[in-house]
Design a protein around this ligand. Structure first.
Ligand code: AMP
Ligand code: ZN
Length: 115
C-alpha cells in the first residue's frame, strides 16, 4: 500500500510535513509547496500507485474520489467560476513525483492550452 521512498507516501506517514487541506479514509489533500496559482492543492490517494498509467480498474473509485475532493475544495474556496484539475502522466508531461496526484489549480485566469 505504501512505498518506502516515495515522497508523497512519506508525507502520508508524517515523515515530511505538509499543510493539510483535507483528509478522509482514502484521500489526502495538501498545499503544493511551489504554488502556480492562488489555489494549488494536491489531492492524492492514500494507496500508492505511480500515476494514471499504473492505475487499474479497481482504482477507478479512488481516482474519482480524488476529483470529487478537488471539486469540494474548489467550492469551499469559491473558485468555481474557473479551476483546473490536472494529472501529469509521465516525465514528458512534467510529472516529477511518481505517486498519482490531482493538481487543483485556480483562483486566477487560466490560459489554454497548457504548455
Ligand atoms: P508533478 O510535477 O505533476 O509530479 O507535481 C508534483 C508537485 O509536487 C509539484 O507541483 C511540486 O511543487 C509538489 N511538491 C514537491 N514536493 C512537495 C512537498 N514536500 N510538499 C508539497 N508539494 C510538493
Ligand atoms: Zn507513494
Amino acid at each position: 500500500m505504501n512505498d518506502a521512498n516515495c515522497l508523497f507516501c512519506r508525507i502520508l506517514r508524517g515523515e515530511i510535513s505538509s499543510h493539510k487541506v483535507y483528509e478522509d479514509e482514502h484521500v489526502y489533500a495538501f498545499e503544493d509547496i511551489d504554488p502556480k496559482a492562488p489555489t494549488h492543492v494536491l489531492v492524492i490517494p492514500k494507496k500508492h500507485f505511480a500515476g494514471l498509467n499504473h492505475a487499474r480498474a479497481e482504482d477507478a473509485e479512488l481516482i474519482g474520489r480524488c476529483h470529487l475532493v478537488a471539486a469540494d475544495i474548489a467550492r469551499k474556496r469559491d473558485i468555481e467560476k474557473g479551476y483546473r484539475t490536472v494529472l501529469n502522466v509521465g516525465p514528458e508531461s512534467g510529472q516529477s513525483v511518481f505517486h498519482l496526484h490531482v493538481h487543483l489549480i485556480g483562483g486566477r485566469k487560466l490560459s489554454w492550452p497548457p504548455g
